[in-house]
Design a protein around this ligand. Structure first.
Ligand code: GTP
Ligand code: MG
Length: 221
């Protein structure tokens, strides 16, 4: 009989045209984790590439980062659910380490603070915007985080119970705000942040950053 590894978690990978980055990301999914690539209307063959690299593809025609994350969460079945970008900025190989506090019952939500591996991995305006958000989060909830990064792990049932409503860029922030309101034990760890593969869509452009900030503001209102 073959030894099937226990299924620790599902990792939700929101995906909008990441054909170039997907192979790197999916080849690094650790044992015991299942990749759920949520295809958000890609036109570059992302879905086919994801399937070819062993991922389960969830189709979410409604655009928006939060819409994609939510569809992935609803499709997940494992006890633990992680979220990770699939633009090759973050190595999913770090998932077991990041998930450990949740798996061992020491934390309800772990977020990974991004540590750029080289200059240019994280544009200055994106970093500044993120710092400002962290300060707003502290004032609003008392939770002290250095970064509202996209790589995070929590329990599926608890996440579903948060009832998140944002379907755009406010989703990651709303998750932390709601978790704080529910008195979750929130922890921060660190992760390497590499320059993205493929064209930048959000923080690499002023327009994208502007829209993201508006969505985040709406969550904090
Ligand atoms: N912008 C955007 N990204 C989406 C959407 N749906 C899924 N994504 C994915 O969400 C992840 C994060 O988006 P990114 O474009 O990397 O956003 P970012 O990291 O803020 O900025 P850049 O990497 O500079 O574009 C990527 O894996 C995208 O493919 C969507 O509707 N809009
Ligand atoms: Mg990115």
């Amino acid at each position: 009989m073959t030894n099937i590894p226990p299924q620790y978690g599902d990792v939700v990978l929101p995906c909008l045209n990441e054909a170039e980055a997907l192979p790197w990301v999916l080849d690094r999914i650790p044992d015991g984790w299942r990749a759920l690539v949520v295809d958000n209307g890609s036109t570059d063959g992302s879905a086919q590439i994801a399937r070819a690299h062993g991922a389960v593809v969830v189709d979410e025609p409604r655009r928006g980062f939060g819409a994609a994350c939510n569809a992935g969460l609803l499709a997940a079945e494992a006890e633990l659910v992680a979220f990770c970008d699939c633009d090759a900025t973050l190595d999913p190989g770090a998932l077991p380490r990041i998930a450990a506090p949740v798996r061992e019952g020491r934390a309800d939500l772990v977020l990974a603070r991004r540590r750029p591996t080289e200059r240019g991995a994280w544009p200055l305006h994106a970093r500044a915007g993120n710092r400002a958000l962290s300060r707003m989060l502290l004032r609003r909830t008392g939770v002290r985080l250095h970064d509202l990064g996209p790589l995070r792990v929590a329990r599926r049932r608890q996440l579903v119970g948060l009832g998140l409503t944002d379907r755009r860029s406010g989703y990651p922030l709303q998750m932390v705000v709601r978790a704080a309101e529910e008195d979750w034990r929130i922890e921060e760890t660190e992760v390497e942040y590499r320059p993205r593969t493929g064209a930048s869509k959000v923080t690499g452009t002023w327009r994208g950053t502007w829209h993201a900030v508006q969505d985040m503001r709406a969550v904090l209102r």
